[in-house]
Design a protein around this ligand. Structure first.
Ligand SMILES: [Zn+2]
Length: 455
């Protein structure tokens, strides 16, 4: 059987194909299945769900009365949402590619991607021309696609297919979101058109200036300009924050993203001071405070009152613990009730301590230098401890202090040589942020609701 005949008979066998074509669920309701997976090659985004609804129904209408042969002319696209039964072999067979060729392609592809490892739920895309296999594509990552292309004029010794990877066209667009906080920043930010990751990033950037657990007041406002990354015109994920502004309990906090001429990047306030401090606000990214600094606390294990000179952060075993600042390790090992314990002397007058670790990271030993935010160990429950948590202490000189009251200095400012450029970046960003907030403020007075976002 020649290829076109095989394909024609397969395309005609609607029942057989029903199981494979997963372009969109609605598309399946059409009687003539040959029409449902059809989209011209240069039309859709990589993921099938966005464009195919209209495209396939149009095709279905126009072709309902025409013959099957006509439907095979021209370029067509077939998207397979893979089930556990689909294999590279089974899909390629549908398009009349011989078993020998399929095995050759698989072998040639192996150094790039093992085609026996197609993942369930992903999309395998095939393009045909006049009913013949032309090209297949399989997404390897967020930005890359594997292509298998039939050679129009194959070399004598070649298998007749070219295997390559190609970077998908991507772009970064700026997105503004803003809102008035009624209950939580999270809720307001989602309503204002942004995503959970951006909210996490925002609370990281403003960690020293706003305590998101306790400082947020009803009526506080926020505005944020961040990147959105699109691949083939389709939204992939959120990118970095370029600027942010919060009115928190009457106090304005601003963050401007800036790249200095040395290649350093960071967030700065309006006067050019870094929003990062010599100590992190917390040595854990995701945390819940389970016990505060106090002068007398009933100790659940020792069963007596004793002062608690640190903060306990409840977190699952294995959560990475970061050094709060750059400095030198002064102790790393077992220390009685503290279990696995690390102390670090920082370059300023501070030192910090980390207790009950399940594990100390390799290379973290007495005398070693660590950077700010470098992972030094992992949360655990070693020593005298009732459950997985990090015991964290801060000392200024020799004196134990409450970590939540510490206000370390900004760890840098915009370099002198970049001041002018920073001023320009800042002014442009403030205009964007302020303009957006003004719109939201008027929406708020009219509707009692907050939302505002654009491209
Ligand atoms: Zn503790």
């Amino acid at each position: 059987m020649s290829r076109p005949v095989v394909l024609a008979s397969l395309v005609g066998t609607a029942v057989l194909l029903t199981a494979f074509f997963v372009l969109s669920q609605t598309a399946f309701s059409h009687k003539n299945l040959a029409t449902t997976p059809v989209i011209t090659a240069d039309r859709g985004a990589f993921e099938p769900s966005e464009t195919d609804g209209t495209a396939s129904s149009e095709t279905a209408d126009s072709e309902a009365s025409s013959e099957t042969a006509e439907a095979e002319l021209g370029p067509k696209r077939f998207d397979f949402r893979l089930t556990s039964d689909d294999t590279f072999y089974s899909i390629m067979s549908l398009f009349g590619v011989s078993g020998t060729d399929i095995h050759k392609i698989a072998r040639k592809s192996r150094p790039t991607f093992n085609l026996s490892r197609l993942r369930k739920g992903t999309v395998f895309r095939v393009f045909t021309l006049d009913g013949n296999f032309e090209r297949a594509e399989y997404r390897l990552g967020e930005f890359d696609v594997l292509t298998i292309e039939k050679e129009t004029d194959p070399e004598p010794k070649s298998i007749g297919y070219t295997i390559a990877t190609r970077e998908l066209p991507w772009e970064i667009r700026e997105h503004r979101a803003s809102g008035v906080i009624n209950n939580s920043l999270y809720e307001a930010a989602i309503r204002g058109g942004t995503d959970p990751q951006t909210i996490m990033n925002l609370s990281d950037i403003l960690a020293w200036d706003v305590d998101f657990a306790s400082d947020i007041r009803k009526g506080d406002t926020f505005g944020v300009v961040h990147e959105k990354i699109f691949v083939e015109g389709k939204y992939l994920k959120t990118g970095k924050i370029l600027g942010a502004e919060m009115m928190n309990n009457g106090k304005r906090v601003t963050a401007i993203y800036f790249e200095d001429s040395e290649g350093g990047t960071g967030y700065y306030d309006e006067s050019g001071r870094s929003l990062r401090r010599t100590l992190l606000r917390s040595p854990l990214r995701y945390r819940r405070i389970s016990s505060y600094f106090s002068k007398g606390r009933y100790h659940p294990v020792l069963k007596r009152y004793r002062p608690h000179h640190g903060i306990d952060y409840a977190a699952p075993t294995g959560t990475p613990v970061e050094s709060a600042g750059s400095g030198r390790v002064t102790f790393a090992g077992w220390k009685r009730g503290y279990g696995n314990f690390i102390t670090i002397k920082h370059d300023n007058s501070f030192s910090t301590a980390y207790g009950h670790l399940s594990r100390i990271r390799k290379g973290v030993k007495k005398g070693a230098r660590v950077d700010q935010a470098q992972v030094i160990g992992y949360v655990g429950s070693t020593g005298i401890s009732t459950g997985p948590h990090l015991h964290y202490e801060v000392r200024r000189g020799k004196k134990l202090v409450n970590p939540l009251n510490v206000r370390p200095k900004p760890n840098s400012t915009v370099p002198k040589a970049d001041r002018e450029r920073f001023a320009a970046v800042k002014d442009a960003m403030l205009v964007r942020l302020a303009g957006d907030l003004a719109v939201v403020a008027s929406a708020e007075t009219e509707t009692g609701n907050a939302a505002g976002s654009d491209g």
